[in-house]
Design a protein around this ligand. Structure first.
Ligand code: FES
Length: 161
């Protein structure tokens, strides 16, 4: 209630039910997108279109909402995700060369996924472990003090799992 004792419904009038319906759909949409990505490992176009139809939301809006969140992917991703930190502390300590070695070893460019979908190689601005620079994450696990020489250990670890 506000100072005049009016309830929220009275203040926003007929807009209230409209907002509630829209918010409910968008709340369901985020959860549905998360579930769909869990199932497919990314969000295929036909899944986005199907969700849009099921929720009666324009496909463009579904894509717009999904693309707002960094957690959603629109291209197939690998079973493993290796992420090389290229933030300034990591860069200064040689992450550029680490990245080059990773690209050579996995035969994929940054941002890319191997054709067999075994691996996606990404870069990130900082993972919050600058004291361990240069840092790589392997499926979310932090590996610090990475050198070009230790890249092969990471490659072996990923290929063994
Ligand atoms: S810049 Fe690499 S962990 Fe912070």
């Amino acid at each position: 209630m506000n100072k005049e004792g009016l309830k929220v419904d009275e203040l926003i009038g007929h807009v209230g039910p409209l907002l509630t319906a829209a918010q409910r759909k968008k709340g369901i949409l985020i959860h549905a997108l998360q579930e769909a990505q869990e199932e497919h490992n990314y969000l295929p176009e036909d899944v986005l279109e199907s969700l849009a139809a099921a929720l009666d939301i324009p496909t463009g809006e579904v894509y717009s909402i999904a693309s707002f969140y960094k957690q959603f992917y629109f291209q197939p991703r690998g079973r493993h995700v290796v992420c090389v930190c290229v933030g300034t502390p990591c860069h200064v300590r040689g992450s550029g060369e680490v990245l080059e070695r990773m690209e050579e070893a996995f035969e994929v460019s940054r941002g890319g996924t191997t054709p067999d979908l075994s691996l996606t190689l990404e870069t990130v601005g900082c993972v919050g472990c600058c004291g361990l620079a240069p840092v790589v994450t392997v499926d979310g696990r932090v590996v610090g003090d990475v050198t070009p020489q230790t890249v092969q250990k990471i490659v072996d670890l990923v290929e063994a799992t």
